[in-house]
Ligand binder design. Structure first.
Ligand SMILES: [Zn+2]
Ligand SMILES: [Zn+2]
Ligand SMILES: [Zn+2]
Ligand SMILES: [Zn+2]
Length: 696
């Protein structure tokens, strides 16, 4: 592949050639051409493609550049009249609005907002542009600003109408009015949520006082969990009992169905439920009244499923039954209270937060964006759950409990969007699924200062990854934080409906991983201008004109020059490298290695033994925070990922370098160093399995 592409030298298409533009009318014509080209590209783009439409962006940007290059110059000209200027500004505003939409579709909400702002600045009556602004603020969870913008959109539509100059777009007005209603609903919901949050702080003061945290409500951020004192690394900040939890399917025959501890092979038969033969209790749980009753309640259901619907004995289905059984307990006779929980829980040395049904249902704020098809699926599942209950517990069972089908659907969606998979701390294999309502209170950051795991009682425990100062917010991560900023933001927006504006994202999104192929200088908007793309550049990057070396070039996302990818510790390339290497390992495992076309990858695929690749990954991760302004070290952020990759390094070393005991020992020491403070290894129920996995 030639690194310098052909580009169009035709003067008519070159925006730098402005000789012929003499007045606003001509400028309008020129910019309109770019807009049309941009619109063409926009309409060609597959709507399901969630990458930025770079070709459309390029044409629109050329239009904007053309305006910026000529407007001031022409303004001093006598040839222009006021109306021409207004028309011109309206056109530029539309282009900004279109750019904003491109960036919304590409999940780059910060840039989308920037363009929408410019668009409304230059023409305050551009209602579409106000509408886009409103959308951006919604993604940023700033609903007050969003409401302001949607009102501006509505006002400007009415203004345009009154002027009689523009024929109002009825469907646009409809869309905006609907959106306004939605935002109003959301604001009401937020108010309710704020009140619920304040209520809980009062009602549950004693429970929360057991932990060094403070629950607060912050405008624009919602509920936040703050440190109520200076906290050293490894401090337990929260411990939450499951509202309900279940084992993974493949663990049912090995682990305790209540506390999830592994049961010794020799006693498994004795610990199995005689009735359903599908449930085990460990020696401690089998003498605990609570855990015995817990299973008694579901035993007939499991038995029924096994007999009549063996394919429905899935984890999620079993989970739903456990959740509903507790909902019913809470609704019917209030027996679902902290005092009635397992004696093992109540007598444990560590305190825990207990969530009644009320606090589960309060999590419904996450349901705004559930897709209709998904809703239908929930509905079908809810109906079959009700049918089974009514069959086994009497035809009026559900009516008598006071649980409606809509409520079950709501519970279903809450549980599935807030459920936490329980993971083994070393290899991250899932062994269970639980819902821990208060565990959902911690907000997300891509630079988290807290980490969670499940302890020997199946509780969700949060510990600090580094020292936290009094008053600082305690944050955990909802996504893989070793992926690139744009990937994380996309994932969080799709999965959790917010555009991440954490410290790390704000820092990393400003970094550039693009450099000029000719002069090797880093590219930024101040030293480049856009070029018309050639036909092959749909996904591969922008065309630009480097103002430093005055050459035309094509931007590429990841330089072919591998040395620059693999040595830089100072920007996003570190994360690119990590992801590239992780991909390589995934592909190796799927043994489709030879399918990789990129020459660098091919070299890496063939040339590097597995353990070297994992070494590269851990090294890159360790160094990734060196120039980060947060001054946090990698092992205090990427603790979890480091443990994972050091463990893979350990496993591959054992195969590829079994005699290198010195290296094996040092990797093992590193893993234990990372692991010990954050899961409190000495008391962990994973202790023996970890020791076994780290034997060599
Ligand atoms: Zn147990
Ligand atoms: Zn049973
Ligand atoms: Zn972030
Ligand atoms: Zn250059």
């Amino acid at each position: 592949m030639s690194s310098i592409p052909d580009h169009n030298n035709n003067n008519n298409n070159n925006n730098k050639n402005n000789n012929e533009i003499l007045n606003f009318k001509q400028l309008f014509k020129k910019i309109e051409e770019f807009k049309q080209l941009g619109n063409q590209e926009f309409s060609k783009y597959d709507k399901t493609n969630d990458n930025l439409n770079k070709r459309a962006v390029t044409y629109y940007s050329l239009g904007i550049e053309c305006f910026n290059d000529n407007f001031e110059k022409l303004k001093n000209n006598n040839n222009n009249n006021k109306d021409d200027e207004i028309e011109l500004k309206k056109l530029v505003s539309i282009i900004y609005s279109n750019l904003s939409l491109c960036f919304i579709n590409g999940y780059e909400i910060d840039k989308a907002l920037e363009f929408a702002n410019k668009g409304t600045e230059i023409d305050k009556d551009n209602s579409k542009c106000h509408y886009r602004k409103s959308l951006c603020y919604q993604y940023m969870c700033n609903f007050k600003e969003s409401f302001k913008s949607i009102n501006d959109a509505l006002n400007s539509i009415n203004n345009n109408n009154n002027n009689g100059k523009v024929i109002i777009d009825k469907s646009l007005k409809q869309i905006i009015e609907n959106e306004r209603k939605e935002i109003e609903k959301k604001l009401k919901k937020l108010e309710k949520e704020e009140k619920e949050s304040q209520d809980r702080i009062k009602e549950d003061f004693e429970q929360f006082q057991q932990f060094p945290i403070e629950l607060v409500w912050r405008d624009g951020f919602g509920r936040c969990v703050l440190a109520s004192e200076d906290l050293p690394k490894g401090t337990m900040v929260l411990r939450v009992s499951p509202f309900a939890s279940v084992l993974e399917d493949h663990k049912i025959e090995k682990n305790c169905g209540f506390c999830f501890k592994k049961i010794n092979k020799s006693i498994r038969i004795n610990q199995t439920c005689k009735n359903c033969k599908n449930h085990l209790l460990c020696p401690q749980c089998s003498v605990d009244e609570y855990s015995l009753n817990y299973h008694k309640d579901e035993c007939d259901i499991l038995n029924f499923l096994k007999q009549y619907y063996p394919s429905s004995q899935t984890r999620d289905f079993r989970f739903m039954f456990r959740v509903l059984l507790n909902v019913i307990k809470d609704k019917k006779n209030k027996s679902f209270s902290k005092e009635n929980q397992s004696k093992q829980w109540l007598n444990h040395q560590n305190p825990f937060i207990f969530d009644s049904y009320k606090y589960l249902i309060n999590l419904s704020r996450t349901l705004d964006k559930v897709q209709p098809e998904q809703m239908e699926a929930f509905k079908r599942s809810a109906q079959s759950v009700i049918a089974i209950f009514n069959k086994l517990r009497g035809p009026k069972f559900f009516d008598e409990c006071g649980v409606t089908i809509d409520e079950i659907i709501e519970i279903y969606s809450i549980v599935l969007s807030n459920g936490h998979e329980m993971l083994h701390p070393l290899n991250c294999h899932t062994y269970g699924l639980g819902i821990f309502p208060t565990g959902s209170y911690l907000n997300h950051s891509c630079l988290p200062n807290a980490f969670w795991y499940n302890d020997d009682q199946g509780m969700m425990v949060f510990r600090t990854l580094r020292p936290i100062k009094k008053g600082e917010e305690i944050l955990t991560s909802y996504t893989d934080i070793t992926t690139e900023c744009s990937e994380r933001r996309k994932h969080l927006l799709k999965q959790y409906f917010f555009f991440c504006q954490c410290q790390q994202c704000k820092f990393q999104s400003k970094l550039t991983d693009q450099s000029c192929l000719s002069c090797k200088n880093q590219l930024s908007s101040s030293n480049t201008s856009f070029k018309i793309p050639s036909n092959d550049s749909i996904e591969s990057g922008f065309y630009y004109h480097c103002l430093k070396c005055n050459s035309d070039n094509k931007q590429i996302n990841c330089p072919d020059d591998s040395s620059s990818v693999f040595t830089s510790q100072h920007d996003q390339r570190t994360f690119k490298k990590i992801n590239l290497l992780i991909n390589i390992m995934q592909q190796r495992h799927q043994s489709i290695a030879t399918n990789l076309l990129n020459t660098n990858n091919e070299y890496l695929m063939k040339g590097m033994p597995d353990h070297i690749v994992y070494k590269e990954i851990t090294n890159a991760l360790e160094q990734s925070m060196i120039s980060n302004p947060s001054k946090v070290s990698a092992d205090q952020v990427f603790t979890n990922s480091l443990i994972q990759y050091y463990f893979r390094l350990f496993q591959t070393l054992k195969i590829e370098k079994p005699n290198d005991t010195q290296q094996l020992q040092s990797v093992k020491t590193k893993i234990l160093q990372l692991l010990t403070p954050i899961i409190h290894l000495p008391t962990s129920h994973h202790k023996s399995s970890i020791e076994k996995k780290l034997k060599f």
